[in-house]
Design a protein around this ligand. Structure first.
Ligand code: B12
Ligand code: SF4
Length: 495
């Protein structure tokens, strides 16, 4: 059967720093293709809606699957599902992905009959079974599947990450994917899941706190298939176990795979496993993102980061010694006043790292969604992108955005505009020599993307689809309230 898999448009953040291939959807595509279907993939980060509707009319897929990792994309995906139903009523429409997994029932409600099912959890195992059930029945009994007629049992984890390597060959306009100066840039996954439990994050609740790894051979084979010279390793926390990082690295070295890498990890993991990061530095590790999140002990505790401020600073020192470009994230609380923003600005100007600010946001799937007692000021999905404030701000809202943008602007001076040219002149010239202009185009775009007027104005847009109001829990949330993949089965798969 013909199956079209679609990734929605980029969000605010991606307009500036990066645009990356839809790796999860490529894995689902590989599984669906292995089951004998004809598959196409359309990424609306690099195609537009008119092109989608044209593909629908001309190729006439029997099924369309949307990927919904980001809550802010919900209205777009609902409208696309409705447009699909209107244009081709006989086409089966399904939605999967990270955010969709936490709000399956409300998506079906918004869809008002345009969505046949929502698939919770990992897609590789169940997507082919969903397609098999079209016309044959039994959809509502499949693991992870939610329909208007009922829902199946909890989703099952993929037992072996080596299966279904991403179908990158289905991607079109791949030259549009980049990550800052790593232009063009592909993505790859070496491990999946995270054993920690930070209160603001939904990576652990999605995977039931499990952690799985690819074999060194499969990981290296996947990297070897990548044509781009740069690779974003999407693992939630890279190199948690040094021996796994070494094993994959040795295979990469044996096969003489030369790439530049970007990865994300925790400060305590970097401190504990310095050797493996140093080894990967030799293999091409260029750029690292460290989740620092807060500068003070109280906020680190609130985020349940399980790492001290001193350890964070020590990790920055280690990363500097390794000669890596480092970006870090700090979570701005809507309760911040001018002095808190000023303190972050002052600190950030004293360190060489690129400092990003995101806004504390309770998401469905995070523990804070169930426990944060401050009332939400908006239920507009589009504002849940960690760049808008959806909790009450201490400063007047406009003033809050002015402070946020002013702080981001100061921090960005280091790596956008002329600051970037002096820092990354070499890689920029190499990207231009390959005909890649994504990075160059973003260098002077900051004020059109991060703009207090624009962010403030976003709150006044009419709301077509609103998040279902949450129900707070008293005390500790139960596993059933938190997880998509339930921890027991997840632990078995990890083992
Ligand atoms: C890589 C990544 C990115 C990449 C995105 C690459 C891309 N084009 O998708 C970048 C760096 C660009 C990014 C940016 C942001 N991200 Co991000 N990101 C991740 C991360 C770490 C891994 C995602 C990934 O590739 N996983 C590996 C693949 C294989 O898994 P997957 O995509 O989930 O796909 C599987 C399933 O979801 C499912 N599936 C997916 N699609 C479909 C479709 C169908 C039809 C089916 C059946 C199944 C299915 O099957 C797949 C295979 O098992 C996740 C954390 C996480 N662990 O999920 C956060 C995460 C998704 N990001 C998050 C956030 C907040 C953001 C930003 C908003 C952050 C910001 N600072 O502004 C931006 C917005 C980006 C945008 N859309 O424009 C949040 C999402 C919160 C939410 N509920 O909306 C997450 C969960 C992190 C967190 N700490 O909570 N991100
Ligand atoms: S923030 Fe990082 S370490 Fe914490 S739970 Fe999420 S992925 Fe794991």
């Amino acid at each position: 059967m013909r199956v079209l898999l679609v990734h929605p448009s980029p969000l605010l953040y991606s307009e500036l720093y990066l645009r990356l291939e839809p790796l999860g959807l490529e894995r689902v595509a590989a599984a669906v293709r292995a089951a004998g279907h004809e598959v196409r993939l359309l990424d609306l980060q690099v195609f537009d809606h008119a092109e989608y509707l044209r593909e629908l009319a001309e190729w006439q897929p029997r099924a369309v699957g949307f990927s919904l990792n980001y809550l802010a994309n919900v209205p777009e995906v609902i409208d696309l599902a409705k447009a699909t139903r209107a244009q081709r009523p006989e086409t089966f429409v399904f939605i999967g992905g990270h955010s969709a997994s936490f709000i399956a029932a409300e998506l079906l409600d918004h869809g008002a009959g345009a969505i046949d099912c929502v698939v919770r959890g990992e897609g590789e195992v169940v997507a082919p079974r969903v397609l098999e059930a079209i016309g044959a029945g039994g959809l509502e009994r499949l693991p992870g599947v939610v329909t208007q007629r009922g829902a199946g049992p909890s989703p099952t984890l993929l037992e072996n990450l080596d299966r279904h390597l991403p179908a990158r060959d289905l991607g079109r306009r791949r030259h549009r994917y980049f990550l800052g100066v790593l232009d063009p840039c592909a993505s790859a996954e070496l491990t999946r899941g995270c054993p920690w439990d930070c209160s603001f994050c939904s990576a652990w609740t999605f995977y039931g706190r499990s952690y799985r790894k690819s074999s060194p051979e499969a990981a290296a084979e996947d990297l070897a298939r990548i044509r781009e010279p740069n690779v974003f390793l999407v693992d939630d926390v890279a190199f948690i176990h040094a021996e796994d990082g070494f094993a994959i690295g040795r295979e990469v070295e044996r096969r003489n795979i030369r790439k530049q890498y970007y990865l994300e990890t925790r400060c305590d993991v970097l401190l504990k496993n310095q050797d493996v990061f140093a080894y990967w530095r030799k293999l091409g590790l260029f750029y690292m993102f460290l989740g620092v999140e807060a500068l003070d002990a109280e906020a680190l505790k609130r985020h349940r980061k399980r790492v001290s401020s001193d350890a964070n600073m020590e990790a920055l020192e280690v990363a500097r010694k390794l000669g890596l470009a480092v970006a870090i994230n700090i979570i701005a609380d809507p309760d911040w006043d001018e002095s808190r923003f000023a303190a972050v600005r002052d600190w950030a100007l004293t360190v060489p790292e690129i400092v990003h600010l995101t806004v504390a946001t309770p998401y469905p799937g995070t523990e804070t969604w169930l426990t944060e007692t401050r009332e939400l000021t908006s239920h507009d999905y589009r504002l849940f992108d960690v760049q808008h404030a959806v909790l009450p701000t201490r400063l007047p809202l406009h003033r809050f955005y002015e402070q946020l943008v002013q702080t981001q602007a100061v921090l960005n001076r280091k790596h956008l505009g002329w600051g970037a040219i002096s820092r990354y002149g070499g890689p920029l010239v190499r990207a231009l020599a390959r005909g890649q202009t994504n990075y160059l185009k973003m260098l002077w775009k900051f004020s059109s993307v991060y703009n207090a007027e624009r962010q403030y104005g976003d709150h006044a847009r009419p709301v077509k689809y609103a998040l279902r109001p949450r129900r707070l829990v008293a005390g500790k949330p139960t596993p059933a309230q938190l997880y998509v993949h339930q921890p027991v089965s997840a632990r078995k798969a990890s083992a």
